[in-house]
Design a protein around this ligand. Structure first.
Ligand code: SF4
Length: 417
């Protein structure tokens, strides 16, 4: 039997794409392996958000190329966003690569490998409690720093029936949580008057005990109707990931984000008012071209004002083809970017701890996700990680846990009888 090893970089959408590739490959007789040395087919599923990630991908396939040159009988595939962005250029840089495949070409994988035509296969999901289900792909927003509209193309939503079928199958297979994925998940359009709130309602109506999440939300696509659905539907978790990117309206404008600081603050206020205990997480960029110290301080102040529960942070990294990459005269030095990034992280840590401490003494429902050395790890509905001393592996179960302590990154808890 042939074996395939896939190394996945980047976001959940890539993880979901990997599951789709594995589903197809399994149909053609491949089994997935975690041991790259034993694989006949090696695939790297790349991310182009940052230069570092792209460099890592080339360094990884460089090692595979060395093995091939020494006579190993392996096939090497280069997939994902860097594949879309660079295309055939990749063969020049890495001539040992057998095929380059963009994310929107995954269905053609069998033809690419010369083993047949694309079957209608289910994704091969990893053995976790959570099933990722993409509902839309691509982006129409063209933020000036972002490569995604060039790598993932324009927005395309999947058919509601297909999504609902996949969700029903995942629940029947025992998955306890469904996460709907999309670059701008809240601009999903499944037909006339069929937007994300209606999809959530239809998913919520599927029988069984499970949770529903959705990521990532574009701030101004969060409608009152969506907030109301999230507040009302019992299976939809109290969790919103809403990237803000900067707390300065001027920088937001330069980023081509379609909202002001005040509008973002107002959206978060609406979400917090409608949904008690909601966790709101965000993304921020440190050192966007031309960002002044004052403008950067506006980012720190909005993080504190909104008490954002967690923030992904990154120093600005110019990406080829994007508008901001041409503003070289406005680029900030590496030192300034890293120093600002450190301050963003410090504020993230402070707000994270503050947010976690609020739950000490409360009893929360967790979904157990893993067990190691006498510690069960689970997640609350509002996406807080909880570690619980436990004698048995209860992965996959919903449990009531009394929160006994809080650290910056997780809560501690005790099982309730
Ligand atoms: S909304 Fe902006 S940051 Fe998000 S994927 Fe689209 S272009 Fe990139």
């Amino acid at each position: 039997m042939k074996k395939v090893y896939i190394e996945t970089m980047g976001c959940q959408m890539n993880k979901s794409d990997t599951e789709r590739m594995l589903g197809i490959l399994e149909h053609f007789g491949y089994t997935a392996t975690e041991d790259e040395k034993s694989a006949d087919l090696l695939i790297i599923n790349t991310c182009s958000i940052r230069q570092l990630s792209e460099d890592k991908a080339f360094s990884k396939i460089g090692l595979w190329g060395k093995r091939k040159r020494k006579g190993a009988d392996i096939k090497i595939g280069f997939c994902g966003c860097v594949a879309k962005q660079k295309g055939a250029e990749i063969f020049k840089r890495a001539p040992y690569v057998d095929f380059v495949m963009a994310p929107d070409e995954i269905a053609q994988l069998p033809e690419i490998l010369g083993c047949g035509s694309a079957p209608d296969t289910a994704p091969k999901r990893s053995k976790s409690v959570n099933a990722w289900i993409p509902i839309m792909n691509g982006c129409n927003n063209f933020c000036t720093y972002c490569i995604v509209p060039y790598t993932r193309g324009r927005e395309r939503s999947r058919e509601p029936e297909v999504i609902l079928k996949e969700a029903r199958e995942a629940i029947a297979q025992g998955f306890k949580e469904i996460t709907l994925l999309g670059q701008n998940v809240d601009s999903f359009i499944g037909g006339e008057n069929y937007k994300l709130p209606r999809l959530l309602r239809d998913l919520n109506a599927i029988e069984g005990k499970f949770r529903i999440r959705f990521v990532t939300s574009y701030p101004t696509d969060i409608t009152d109707e969506l907030i109301a659905a999230a507040a009302e539907l019992d299976k939809v978790c109290e969790y919103f990931h809403i990237p803000m990117q900067s707390g300065s309206t001027e920088i937001l404008k330069a980023m081509n984000r379609r909202y002001t600081r005040e509008e973002y603050v107002q959206i978060c206020a609406k979400v917090r008012t409608a949904i008690p205990d909601v966790t709101i997480t965000s993304d921020f960029i440190a050192g966007f071209p031309g960002e002044t110290e004052e403008q950067f301080l506006e980012t720190l102040s909005v993080m504190d004002e909104l008490e954002l529960d967690y923030c992904n942070t990154a120093a600005y990294s110019p990406r080829e083809k994007t508008v901001a990459a041409a503003w070289t005269d406005k680029f900030l030095s590496k030192e300034v970017k890293n120093e600002r990034l450190a301050r963003l992280n410090e504020h993230t840590r402070k707000n994270c701890l503050k947010s976690n401490k609020k739950f000490v003494g409360r009893t929360l429902e967790i979904l157990a996700e893993g067990f190691e050395e006498g510690v069960l790890t689970g997640r609350t509905r509002n996406n807080k990680i909880v570690h619980i001393p436990c004698e048995r592996d209860l992965t996959g179960e919903f449990l009531d846990v009394k929160i006994t302590g809080a650290t910056t990154w997780y809560l501690r808890g005790a099982l309730q009888a």
